[in-house]
Write a protein that binds this ligand. Structure first.
Ligand SMILES: [Zn+2]
Ligand SMILES: [Zn+2]
Length: 262
């Protein structure tokens, strides 16, 4: 059994055939799916899916892209949603310094600060609600680690999803007690750097995810990604580590069940 610990089935890319996608995941041995919200309405939609399907759980959060638009009111409403028993994490939350307009890794300082402020607010919610956190971190590694050092102190469980970055960042994450999760971008031809990171991370510290509809595995390139493709991530991890796929599935699944308490 596999768990897709991070996907976005509420996104419009699944509007035409959402039910088929979910059924296919079940048929292909995906035991649980965690549908991760990118904003408040995504959190509501994730909970709706979780209410419809017993093997789907929800993460409630606001993506750092929406930091500037997020005020006290949104945070308050999100906090209320986390009381639902099918919310198993806060996410996705974090820092993302990619500028979609200029297509560069540079955003204004005031946006960075707003993202950091929002992240700290989510860490506080996580502590009170005793929920793990799913971090999204893009080109903001040092700032994420600095915030974690100040706020986390092993009182909150967290995973850095769609892991990428240097080996030093990875080492710092593992040393800080964070888990990491990998997507199917580890199957890409140019991903030797990522594969080296996969090799380095002990299976016990790792989860699998698709981040569907994004990051379709190499074998299905050109198509939309979906939770049933989690097995391509498992296959690639097994190949990189030279272990049985079964072993990868067993260990990463039990890691995720323990972490998300499902
Ligand atoms: Zn993300
Ligand atoms: Zn995501």
């Amino acid at each position: 059994m596999l768990i897709d610990t991070h996907c976005h089935l509420d996104f419009e890319q699944f509007d035409a055939d959402r039910q088929d996608v979910i059924n296919r995941a079940k048929e292909k041995g995906i035991g649980y799916i965690i549908n991760v919200a990118a904003d408040l309405s995504g959190a509501v939609a994730s909970l709706k899916l979780a209410a419809e399907y017993d093997f789907i759980f929800a993460a409630a959060g606001i993506h750092p892209h929406y930091a500037l638009k997020t005020g006290e009111d949104e945070l308050k409403r999100l906090r209320v949603l986390t009381d639902n028993e099918k919310v198993v994490a806060l996410g996705e939350v974090g820092l993302d310094y990619y500028n979609h307009e200029s297509r560069e890794y540079s955003i204004e300082r005031k946006i960075k600060l707003k993202q950091q402020e929002l992240l700290c607010a989510f860490i506080e919610i996580a502590k009170v609600k005793e929920l793990p956190i799913i971090f999204h971190c893009r080109e903001a590694h040092e700032d994420l680690l600095a915030i974690l050092k100040d706020n986390l102190k092993n009182r909150v469980k967290a995973v850095v999803h769609c892991f990428s970055g240097t080996k030093e960042f990875l080492k710092d994450c593992l040393d800080s007690g964070l888990k990491v999760s990998f997507t199917a971008n580890i199957t890409y031809k140019k991903a030797d750097g990522l594969r080296a990171l996969v090799y380095y991370v002990p299976l016990e510290e790792m989860f699998l995810e698709t981040d569907a509809p994004f990051l379709t595995p190499q074998a299905k390139r050109g198509k939309r990604n979906e939770p049933s493709y989690t097995r391509y991530v498992a296959q690639e991890v097994a190949r990189i580590k030279n272990v049985d796929e079964e072993k990868v599935a067993d260990i990463t699944t039990s890691n995720a069940r323990l972490f998300f308490n499902i």
